[in-house]
Structure formats: C-alpha cells, structure tokens
Design a protein around this ligand. Structure first.
Ligand code: FDM
Ligand code: MG
Length: 215
C-alpha cells in the first residue's frame, strides 16, 4: 500500500552572532503557521540545554567551567545526537522544523579557536546526523554585526573569533546553500527565506528523511 504520510522539512539557519538568525526563525515559523503549515522552532544548544549535556555546555559558554577544546566540541555534537529522536519524530509527524544553528556552527566555532582543530577532525562526530533540507546562511561582515549591539560576556562573543567563524562558514558552504546578505532589512531577508522554504517543503514532503550529513 502506498503511504500517504508526508514529512516536514528540516530548515536550518546558520551564521555568526547578531546576524538575525533568531528573528528570522521566529518570522519564518509565524509565516508558515499562518499559511497552514505545521512548523516549530528549535535551536542548538537552545531548548536542549535542559539535558545533562546541555547544562555542561551552558556552564562552559558562561565561563564557569573550563573544558578541553575537543571535549566541548564532542559535547556540542552529543547534544545534537541526543536531539535526533525528537527531531525525527516531529519531522515524521509532518512538522517542519526551523532550526537555529547546527553542526555547521559546531565545526566553524571549534575550528576558529586558536588551538586550530582541523575541519576534518571537527566534522567527524556529526557524520550521519540528519541532513538539513535547506541551509540558509545569514552572512554579514562582523563589524556590521557588532554595530547591532555590543557582544556580551559569553565565551565566543569576540570580534576576532567571529571573523574566523565567518571564514569557516565560507569553507563549509555547499552549492545548494541559500546565502543571504544579512545587512538587508528583516523583511527582505524574510521574503527570500520564506520563498525557498515553501519550495523545499513541497519538494521534500514525499522524500525519506536524510540521515547522511557529511557522508
Ligand atoms: N556553538 C553552537 C558552538 O560552539 N558549537 C555548536 O555546535 C553550537 C550549536 O555556542 F557562540 C556556539 C555558538 C555560540 C554559542 O549559541 C551559543 P547562541 O545561538 O549564540 O546562543
Ligand atoms: Mg550568541
């Protein structure tokens, strides 16, 4: 018997700090829900911060614990792996997930550290994770991003590091990414993302989930 089940799409927004990811995720979820599409917002580490691993990440980001660069990298990855069951269940129920940060942030931030972890090493623990159906990279110069408000006290909120993060996003970029000039207005960026999201949701609803990130 042919299954009539349709799945949701995995839509990912990536980029440095202050590029508008959270605003755009909210706008996209509101837009999709308004158009009758079941959609939910997820973020990494985000709501998965309530797990034991998430709390370790939180303490590290706040600066209250120190961890080896490789150890924290593996914790960020483990935090994605522990979310897989929840994400798959939602997608299989037909819910589109609009996700704020994922493995690309994981690799870009770890590789950008002065200890110089290689891209190759950084990608290994995330191999085989769910692959996003659409990656939107909100890109802008770091100086323009900081003009939107000074960085706070979190561990990675530093201009030099954010510049290197941007360079690593450029290296990780795949041909099918939607690259957006995030200096444009919220509305302009939103319209581009929304249009692509609608197309991707239609295309992937009858396709199997993709569990082959970086494979
Ligand atoms: N971050 C985020 C990483 O270093 N690795 C990861 O795998 C992820 C998902 O965590 F500085 C960094 C990026 C950022 C910090 O994220 C917290 P938010 O989205 O800025 O809260
Ligand atoms: Mg931040």
């Amino acid at each position: 018997m042919l299954s009539r089940m349709t799945r949701g799409a995995f839509i990912l927004l990536e980029g440095g700090d202050r590029t508008g990811k959270s605003t755009q995720c909210r706008r996209l979820v509101e837009y999709l829900q308004g158009a009758g599409v079941a959609a939910q917002h997820r973020r990494f580490p985000g709501r998965y911060r309530t797990t034991t691993i998430g709390k370790m990440i939180d303490a590290y980001l706040a600066g209250s614990t120190q961890l080896d660069d490789r150890a924290i990298h593996l914790l960020f990855s483990a935090n994605r792996w522990e979310a897989v069951a929840d994400m798959k269940a939602a997608l299989q129920k037909g819910i589109t997930l609009v996700v704020d940060r994922y493995a690309y942030s994981g690799v870009a931030f770890s590789a950008a550290k002065v200890s110089g972890l290689s891209l190759h090493w950084c990608k290994q623990p995330d191999i085989g994770l769910l692959r996003p159906d659409l990656v939107c990279w909100l890109d802008m110069p770091v100086d323009a991003a900081t003009q939107r408000g000074a960085f706070g006290q979190e561990r990675y909120e530093r201009v030099d590091l954010q510049r290197r993060v941007r360079e690593y996003f450029a290296q990780l970029r795949e041909p099918d990414w939607l690259v957006l000039d995030a200096t444009q207005s919220v509305e302009t960026v939103h319209e581009a993302i929304a249009q692509h999201a609608v197309d991707v949701i239609a295309v992937c609803q009858h396709q199997p989930l993709r569990e082959d990130l970086w494979q």
